[in-house]
Ligand binder design. Structure first.
Ligand code: F6R
Length: 241
């Protein structure tokens, strides 16, 4: 695990985006795992800027998102698809048919999980997986618990996660109670993980995930098992390391 600590959030975004841009430019036909949430938003803005400046193209990049809410279709303003569109897809030259996100509105969600796993299996290792971490230690929507799942599965969102994510919804009640998420096994299969966290409120979970025991009660701690994790932190989130 390579931990890089920067003075400002902007420096974190810049440094993480440089790794992604350089990697894509070295291998244009690139498989990129994407995350939603605030952590990667600044990096997505840097990627969009780089695209506009002609420094990178996503024309041959295929993307795979970690998760989607159950019950929200692509067109829903609070779906993760809409989030990705707002922060990245509409600003760069991704091909529509190169964008994969679990379908939270599939008639049969178990089949949808299988389909997403088969897709990931067929495509092979993702070149980079972008990752953030929840305050409760979740990665993707793999919530803390006694056990974790390797593959894509349906998850009951914890009240904590729903409260945190209610910032994106008009009210807490409107935050979906379930999501479809890639499992820990799929996340750990990526060749490289670009992990981003910022802000003092993440400092406890960063300490727990990176220096504590590997434990399903902190799903992020499983990243300690991955051979190639680049961790981008600001000084506030790194202050307990
Ligand atoms: C997002 C995701 C989540 C977030 C996590 C942190 O697709 O799967 O694990 O990475 O909830 O969210 P932020 O970055 O908003 O603190």
């Amino acid at each position: 695990m390579n931990i890089h600590i920067y003075q400002s959030e902007q420096d974190v975004d810049q440094a993480a985006s440089e790794v992604v841009i350089q990697s894509i430019n070295n291998m244009p036909s690139f498989k990129l795992g994407l995350a939603t949430g605030q952590s990667p938003v600044g990096m997505y803005a840097q990627l969009s800027k780089a695209y506009k400046e002609g420094l990178v193209s996503f024309d041959q990049v295929t993307s795979y998102n970690l998760d989607e809410y159950v019950g929200l279709d692509r067109g829903h303003p609070h779906s993760f698809y809409a989030f990705m569109d707002q922060h990245l897809f509409q600003h760069v030259d991704f091909r529509e048919n190169h964008i994969y996100i679990p379908n939270g509105c599939a008639d049969n969600l178990h089949d949808e999980c299988k389909r997403y796993d088969q897709l990931l299996e067929r495509e092979g290792q993702l070149d980079i997986q972008i990752l953030g971490i929840g305050l409760n230690g979740h990665i993707g929507f793999n919530e803390p618990g006694e056990t974790l799942h390797a593959g894509t599965h349906i998850v009951e969102l914890s009240e904590h996660t729903r409260k945190v994510n209610s910032q994106y919804f008009p009210s807490f009640e409107q935050v979906p109670t379930k999501a479809v998420t890639m499992g820990i096994g799929s996340i750990l299969k990526a060749k490289k993980i670009v992990f981003i966290a910022k802000g003092e409120q993440k400092s406890e979970v960063i300490k727990k995930a990176f220096t504590g025991p590997i434990n399903p009660l902190c799903p992020g701690s499983f990243l300690q098992l991955h051979p190639n994790v680049e961790v981008f932190l600001d000084e506030d989130s790194a202050k307990l390391l």
